[in-house]
Ligand binder design. Structure first.
Ligand SMILES: Nc1ncnc2c1ncn2[C@@H]1O[C@H](COP(=O)(O)OP(=O)(O)OP(=O)(O)O)[C@@H](O)[C@H]1O
Ligand SMILES: [Mg+2]
Length: 298
């Protein structure tokens, strides 16, 4: 943590007093970015009519973390990501991303984030390279910068040899890697991925994991991903939170959460305990075990 002095303290008008750390101040520019957490959420709620999809969510993700958001179907994971990426307004509470308030400074947030949504976002009728050019323009990259960033992204995601092929000929793993490349072109501080490996075979899944680890090491990118895959959460994420009916029920380091649950406990057990009676324990464990076996054979 850098030492704070008068120059890098936020100005009075902008200082978010209820936060523990100094945040980016629009008047003083980037002075605080290094210290700002990737995500800081307090009492975040979101209603869809009668349904309370998010219920006073608290979440804190440090800069450079690879954080996993878990939860059953309908728990509120995508809703959380949509609010953090400024696509949806919260009904109550506050959320800061890379030091900026998602409601009051959405443009500043958008400049600093990348987002890979749950549904496929790459255009199947364009080539991989054309998709990247489109993203580079949307991110406002200058022409001089565009070519080198695209070449670098293709190389990092192992897509150089297929850059000229139409995306409709890509495998699921290649499409996901292309979408990550698109989301990373402008070197965002925080990358959001909604179920990045769902439907991928074990080999493709491992390739995506390796690429995400590389982004973290090479660019110091903070990553927040959602997943239903306990192995993914266990081996990839430095910390996780489990959402249940719009509330965080458990948060922490996977190894510590397992140890706290029981001496032989797996992350499946942690999940089952955190989400309670809605899961049929036998059925869930059977499915998880079968899936693990299939992965070992795959
Ligand atoms: N636009 C919407 N209008 C009404 N209800 C919605 C809307 N979007 C989501 N919901 C509801 O809000 C709740 C949370 O949905 P959300 O998509 O955030 O869950 P999720 O955790 O991402 O689920 P999944 O694992 O299935 O992707 C669900 O009950 C869902 O049906
Ligand atoms: Mg979702």
């Amino acid at each position: 943590m850098r030492r704070l002095d008068a120059r890098n303290l936020p100005c009075e008008r902008c200082a978010p007093k209820r936060l523990r750390v100094p945040m980016a101040c629009p008047l003083r520019g980037e002075a605080f970015m290094e210290d700002a957490p990737a995500v800081e959420v307090h009492g975040l709620s979101r209603r869809y009519g009668e349904l309370l999809a998010l219920d006073r969510l608290d979440l804190s993700i440090g800069a450079g973390e690879l954080f996993g958001l878990l939860g059953s179907n309908g728990a509120g994971k995508t809703t959380t990501l949509k609010i953090l990426t400024t696509l949806l307004l919260p009904s109550a509470g506050t959320a800061w991303v890379a030091g900026f308030d998602v409601v009051h400074a959405p443009r500043e947030v958008r400049r600093r984030i990348g987002y890979v949504p749950q549904l496929v976002s790459a255009d199947a009728m364009l080539t991989g390279r054309e998709n990247l050019v489109l993203s580079a323009r949307l991110h406002g990259l200058r022409r001089a910068e565009r070519e080198s960033r695209i070449a670098e992204a293709l190389q990092l995601m192992d897509l150089t040899s297929v850059a000229g092929a139409l995306v409709r000929s890509y495998s699921g793993g290649m499409i996901r890697r292309l979408e990550i490349a698109q989301a990373m072109l402008h070197r965002p501080q925080v990358l959001f991925l909604d179920e990045p490996t769902v439907g991928l075979d074990p080999v493709a899944r491992h390739v995506v994991w390796d690429r995400l680890r590389e982004l973290r090491v090479q660019f110091g990118t903070s990553i927040l991903l959602t997943t239903h895959d306990m192995e993914e959460a266990d081996v990839l994420c430095s910390r996780i939170a489990i959402l249940h009916r719009g509330r965080v029920t458990v948060q922490g380091v996977p190894a510590e959460l397992k140890a706290h649950t029981g001496s032989e406990a797996t992350l499946d057990d942690v999940f089952i305990q955190a989400t309670g009676a809605v899961i049929d324990r036998g059925a869930y464990r059977d499915v998880a075990r079968t899936r693990r076996t299939a992965q070992r054979l795959g």
